[in-house]
Design a protein around this ligand. Sequence first.
Ligand code: PMP
Ligand code: GLN
Length: 385
Amino acid sequence: MPHFPGAISSKLPNIGTTIFTVMSRLAAEHNAINLSQGFPDFDCAPELRALLAKYVNSGLNQYPPMAGVAPLREAIAEKMASHYGAAYDPEHEVTVVPGATYGIFTAIAAMVRPGDEVILFEPAYDSYAPSVEVNGGRPVYVQLKFPDYSIDWQQVQNAITPKTRMIVVNTPNNPTASVFSAEDLRMLEGMLRGTGITVVSDEVYEHIVFDGHRHQSMAHFPGLAERSFVVSSFGKTYHVTGWKTGYVLAPRELTAEFRKVHQYNAFVTNAPVQYALAEYMKNRDAYLELAAFYQNKRDFFLAGIKGSRFEPLPSRGTFFQNLRYDAISDEKDTDLAVRLTTEHGVAAIPVSVFYREPPPHKVLRFCFAKSEETLEKGAQILSRI
Ligand code: PMP
Ligand code: GLN
């Protein structure tokens, strides 16, 4: 193919390939234990696979309704009512989407105009800033405080200007594995009262919260629910990241704007997957038991690296464990992540890539959504370093 003859003025001049793709590729090339990108190395429930086969084989293979199939929207609304005491109308306030990343992007595209400011917490999941920028918005950052990654709400207040259109929140948080408290949400609720600021709340790890804590959903706080796009993903909850299916909940007026963009972006989400998920959601244990399932994996991994020179930071939710390596090396985390993969055979994610400027602290993120065998092998390698 000849080269493009024109000059390209990139809309995202500073964006390379996402770290998850980079590290998973490197892990595969070097046959390393891949604790980098967040996805399970075990399969989803056989019942869920059987349901997908059932719906594919029963001929539900054409375009479903734009907002999602009715049984799935109803099942989502029921879960929100029973789990969070939140009332979402499946017809006007629930939209099924091809993954949470898409839901976040589409909410931003629907709301953010050129010049608008969007507040992000740093470190920030890597899709947020590019989604804001490609839509003409300007990310404004508030730093989470190291090492507990808590929020200084005064700084959030200081970051709000007349141009603030939106704030993006992610709890349980990737990459820090911290969680917002109810007090955090009340602070945010008070701060946004009387403003026209919207919230995109990335809650993909909503069912993965540890040590008896409860997930704090925007949906549960009326002053936040009224202005929030609550985004979640079936990928994390049912071990099907490759199915790329999630949902967006928002008040009717916000959902109407969301769907205007959605209908010309993806238009619809995979039909048989939606029917399968709708039926599978009747089994509430599948998500109610998830926190204990992953807490066991966290503890198994932590037991495996006990006595190593890595120092764990608290993991209160998600399926990530962050480790400090001050006692091991002065290297940049990006360098160590590559060296661990290529020389030692275990891949991790360098947390500095989620900052604009690398911070002084040294942290790697490890995914423990893995079989015990994988975790044991990874921990053995880390213990020798
Ligand atoms: N947000 C966060 C914080 C995530 O960790 C992920 C998962 N990788 C996503 C969004 C994306 O979810 P999905 O695969 O459904 O797009
Ligand atoms: N969210 C996953 C992670 O944090 C990866 C998803 C992706 O590769 N985009 O590792």
